[in-house]
Design a protein. Structure first.
Length: 293
């Protein structure tokens, strides 16, 4: 099982379940996976959930004390284990909050289940249309997160994949870039960003992490802050970042604004692209797919 196969399975699962509106109905997807959701209030704060079986049915147990967006992701993560038939690599048999929120050194099985969960939480067919209706910014990501009842992290990652602009969304943890999601257009420009390297010192994200800026900030920067040597004909990029102090994480959204693009340059979509491959462009963002900056 790889990320490409996981995305295909998730999108087909959502379509087969008949999901047509946001926010996604969890009970509908749980039923499609032969599962029932049970919220309990006696789990520790570091326990997000677990799955058991009773009379041939999967029972997904969720911490009812957590925020709604975290509960929703927990349910879909557990559904992913069922649908993908991937054994749990959680601590023991339980999904802890630390497992769910932190990315460093997580088993690939758990990361694949996160990919599946994000695809279900923010379905491609619905979400890509909504992304096209908003201007690129962290405020847009926040608005969509509220509409889909999803976290900023999950929404921002899916936003970058679906965006028509050349952009990238990064999760930075403990000062290192742990996850990068890129738009198809940025890939076309060869805008590669490496994984597991320190966040660039001149970036907005670095300022926020170091406490030399407010916990959410925006700036226009030289392109080579994030891309080694820059990207041809684009001297500046926009960056907006926000600090998630609870998890020692920072989320950064970078993009090239229309005002930064040469006047004689226009994007041309290839209408003859095979549809399935076209919708998957830009989604593969595992460390094995990374490029040197």
């Amino acid at each position: 099982m790889d990320e490409f196969q996981t995305i295909l399975k998730a999108r087909q699962f959502v379509r087969n379940a008949g999901v047509t509106t946001a926010p996604v109905e969890l009970e509908c997807l749980a039923s499609a996976a032969n599962a029932k959701i049970k919220f309990v209030h006696d789990l520790g704060d570091d326990e997000s959930g677990q799955t058991t079986q009773h009379k041939g049915k999967h029972i997904i147990i969720v911490n009812g004390n957590h925020r709604e967006e975290r509960q929703r992701f927990t349910v879909l993560h557990e559904i992913a284990h069922i649908v993908l038939e991937l054994p749990s690599q959680h601590h023991g048999t339980k999904l802890t909050t630390g497992d769910l929120m932190r990315y460093g050194r997580r088993p690939q099985e758990e990361m694949l289940c996160d990919v599946f969960a994000a695809e279900c939480l923010l379905p491609y067919d619905l979400f890509s249309k909504d992304v096209g209706d908003v201007d690129i910014s962290l405020d847009a990501v926040k608005t969509l997160a509220g509409r889909y009842k999803a976290s900023l992290t999950a929404t921002g990652s899916r936003y970058a994949v679906s965006a028509p602009e050349p952009c990238a969304f990064m999760l930075i943890e403990d000062g290192y870039i742990r996850y990068v999601s890129r738009s198809k257009f940025l890939n076309e420009l060869k805008g590669w960003i490496d994984f597991n390297v320190p966040v660039p010192e001149s970036s907005v994200a670095h300022r926020i992490i170091q406490g030399t800026s407010k916990t959410e900030d925006y700036d226009e920067l030289p392109t080579d802050v994030w891309f080694n040597g820059g990207i041809k004909n684009r001297p500046l990029l926009a960056e907006e970042a926000i600090l998630l102090r609870e998890w020692n994480q920072c989320l950064s959204l970078i993009w090239f604004d229309e005002s930064m693009k040469p006047a004689n340059e226009r994007r041309h979509e290839d209408e003859d692209d095979e549809p399935l491959l076209k919708e998957l462009d830009g989604t593969l963002s595992w460390p094995s797919k990374s490029r040197r900056r």
